[in-house]
Design a protein around this ligand. Sequence first.
Ligand code: GCV
Length: 742
Amino acid sequence: MTRRGRLGAYTFRFFAAAFLLLLAMPALTMPVRAEDGYDLWLRYRPMETSAQAQYRPLATAIVSEGISPSLDAAKTELVRGLGGLLNRPVGAGAVQDGAIVIGTPTSSPLVAGLKLPLSALGKEGYLIRSISLSGHAVTIIAANSDIGVLYGSFALLRLIQTRQPIARLDVSSAPRLKYRLLNHWDNLDGTIERGYAGHSIFDWHKMPDYMDPRYTVMTRADASVGINGIALNNVSADPWILSSMYIEKVAALAAVLRPYGIRVYLAAKFSAPVELGKLKTADPADPQVQAWWKKEVDGIYRRIPDFGGFVVKANSEGQPGPRDYNRSQAEGANVIADALAPHGGTVFWRAFVYSEKDPTDRAKQAYNEFKPLDGKFRDNVFVQTKNGAIDFQPREPAHPLFGALPKTNMAMEVQLTKEYLGFATHLVYLPVLWKEVLDWDTMAKGKGSTVAKVIDGSLEGHDTSAMVGVSNIGDDRNWTGAPFTQADWYGFGRLTWDLNLTPEQIAREWLGMSFTNDPAFANAVVPMMIASREAVVDYMTPLGLHHMFATNHHYGPGPWINDLSRPDWNPTYYNRADAKGLGFDRTPSGSDATSQYAPPLASLFAGPDIPDRDLLWFQHVAWGHKMKSGRTLWDELIVHYDTGIAEVGEMRRTWAAMNPYVDDERWSQQVAFLAIQEKEAQWWRDACIAYFQTFSHMPMPAGHSAPPHDLSFYKAIYIPYAPGAPGVTSAAFHNKPKDPIE
Ligand code: GCV
């Protein structure tokens, strides 16, 4: 070859190599697999090679004898999960070493022949056991129902996803609560009240002809953590949902949910007999009204035989209710309950009842209304009570109704969506908050009368039980608006299944399934998640402060707001800041809300030994009051605000160091969200201190800086279109300060 020819060949090879390198570039520079959170905790990414080798012999085939939609769902999930995790197809097969045999004694002669101890597991529990079958080492997933088998399948996958040993399993598990429900506050127009993850995933307009595949993904996620019912629409309900047009759509959704053991519920508007039925009244004592509910309910059950029932918000925040007809909450609930009873349906009647016409402390109103009605509700009614007496605050004492209605089925309602906790961008791991309430000792029947025992029915021997969560799901690609808000959805389900789980356990599981099982990752991130709850209390509402939120959207601080039409919507109503001090006097010399608690708690909250964390909830305290730490109230308050901010700073540092363990997409989104959180924690602290200082007139304690602006700066911050607020457009001009650009 001539020199020229050689040169030509080299040049060709060089350009060919450069071209190939160019083609390979994206693969070299991009992460191996992009993650956007869509797959939630059901990611099923291939395990590390060593783990694959360890688990593959233990999951070689799936043996399922029966046929049913739920068994199919279980099989499909195992095929998908095992195939993904073990990085090789795992399909249906015969009994062999490593087979996973699933079924119930009714559907599977194999399972029936084993005579397993299933009776204590009830309808939904499951048993997973490693046994020898015809000389083969297999894993059995057995239950009394196909749904139990599905739950067991998710449980086995969870064990593998979190790298637990599965060679010698003997696990039985049954849910502690009978009703484990999510309430979606989704409006029929696609908006979501207090939703921070996009629009509603329910595309009502296209239903029933088009059923978005996302419904099934959501359902799988719900079922994987044991959720067994969802109410589809906002509790501030649109009567249209009960029309035949919408019931047809609801029936189509119920069909998606059914194989996964999830029943559909609806929020019903109390005045529906008037709006839909064209009656003159919705009075529960009116025979025509009673007949209307019966006819409506019968019609629903004809289309949805396993319909769950209704959740009702009555006489609350402008919603109609029995009081409009001088009837009690029980009479209102019972008329609907009577219509549902023959079909096995349930009413979740909300205790979130307070009236602008009642001058009584808002924190006392629900108790006053419901306490005299104990024993008057039908058996198929739950009184659905928020965890605290005001409204999903960063911290509230448990609602005084827990333990106060021994003859009534009590459900606890908590909020997954973070209306009062900084929306989706603030990392606040909510199982810590819920656990605090579940562990709260009401003392109703002496020591140990925890809220958990009230809602699981054991305190008073009820045979039914429930917990309800306000959903945080929207149509954002990652479902809940942020990587870490998925943990609240996951944690809610896991906790309702097993109230004994600790927030740490739940966090560790979720991190392993959603990110990585590397212990170094969990060791850093679990404490960060746990600390996140106290951080938000500290930077938003320390020492028992509550409802300091800006109007309507509740985004950011507004402790000075005092001009709303209803006194009990004003933050000043709650903080009572004045020249003397701070806090709501709910002792006997004040509103006497303390007396709604069992005597030992009542005297604790009204006396000098009250824990700091509840102080300003129950007492009005002088600015110079000596706290347990020896500091004045004023100094203590500032220390708490700054501790909260410091905690978020610490969270940022922790997460920044997690880059090696997490895909770039989720890592960098969380980096940005934590930066927002820190900025807003500072905003909360500065705005609140600037306001309170106008009363305390006290200097900043040494080492703590003064807010950089004066109060007028914070008051002028105006956010017209913060997401999630009801009627946001009409409210957008409320309190609008003069725009500096005008
Ligand atoms: C659905 C709070 C929220 C409202 C919500 C209400 C409720 O007041 O701000 O958006 O309305 O609680 O729980 O009914």
